[in-house]
Design a protein around this ligand. Structure first.
Ligand code: DX5
Ligand code: ZN
Length: 222
């Protein structure tokens, strides 16, 4: 079964506590928390004070996706605010290896994320150091965008690279995940599905999370 991570970006910000309780009571495993700086991505979302408040209400693993320049400046602050995992963009890290070690040394799960245009093979020399690779299936910055189909090829390529080396690295997909494409994503090799609008804009978010969680398990690689 995939790990399901509803994205808070699509929640009702006037009722954040209720939205956290909904996630707590659902079959979701993680809460995905998108931080945007208006520089790396053309949008601004929320940051440390909101995470601190959400942490008080959220009992699930908080998976922070940093869409910000110079993420190393804030890693410790995000840990203190309650992040369980921190994922940084390949495109923002000139010293990615150092950034990943920093996140781990702070006691968080360390992830690296690549944009739709960034090739999977650029991750070859960091794969052994990360806990998770996030493949963006939309251009980061906004919720509610359409899934980019080329992501399937990237999932398969990454799955192969991880399995050939016997690594415990998880593959996460973020952007345009729906009830329709979720089974195909899992079959291609995804372990973690982020879903914003599919969950929070649905008439029954709890039931939608349950359905996402119930998608068929990934077939073992021969
Ligand atoms: C986009 C964010 C996503 C976003 C996904 O930049 O990284 O996490 O919340 O939203 P949906 O699932 O609506 O595409
Ligand atoms: Zn995200």
């Amino acid at each position: 079964m995939p790990i399901i991570a509803p994205s808070l970006l699509a929640a009702n910000f006037l009722r954040l506590e209720d939205e956290c309780h909904l996630v707590n009571e659902s079959e979701a495993d993680w809460l995905h928390f998108d931080v945007m700086d208006g520089r790396f991505v053309p949008n601004i979302s929320f940051g440390l004070p909101v995470l601190k408040a959400v942490r008080k209400a959220c009992r699930k693993f908080i998976d922070v996706h940093l869409m910000i320049e110079e993420p190393e400046k804030f890693a410790e602050d995000f840990k203190k605010a309650g992040a369980d995992g921190l994922t940084v963009h390949y495109e923002t890290c000139r010293h990615l290896h150092r950034n990943i070690q920093q996140i781990k040394s702070l006691g968080m799960q360390a992830g690296v994320v690549i944009n739709p245009h960034t090739p999977v093979l650029l991750l070859n020399d960091i794969l052994e150091d990360v806990d998770m690779v996030l493949l963006m299936s939309v251009n980061p910055g906004f919720g509610g965008q359409a899934f980019i189909p080329h992501t399937y090829e990237k999932i398969r390529e990454l799955r192969r690279a991880i399995d050939e080396r016997g690594l415990p690295v998880k593959i996460q997909i973020d952007g345009g995940v729906t009830l329709e494409n979720a089974p195909h994503l899992v079959e291609a090799g995804a372990d973690v599905l982020v879903a914003g609008n599919t969950v929070f804009s649905s008439p029954d978010p709890m039931e939608t999370i349950r359905q996402l969680k119930a998608v068929a398990p990934r077939k073992a690689v021969a």
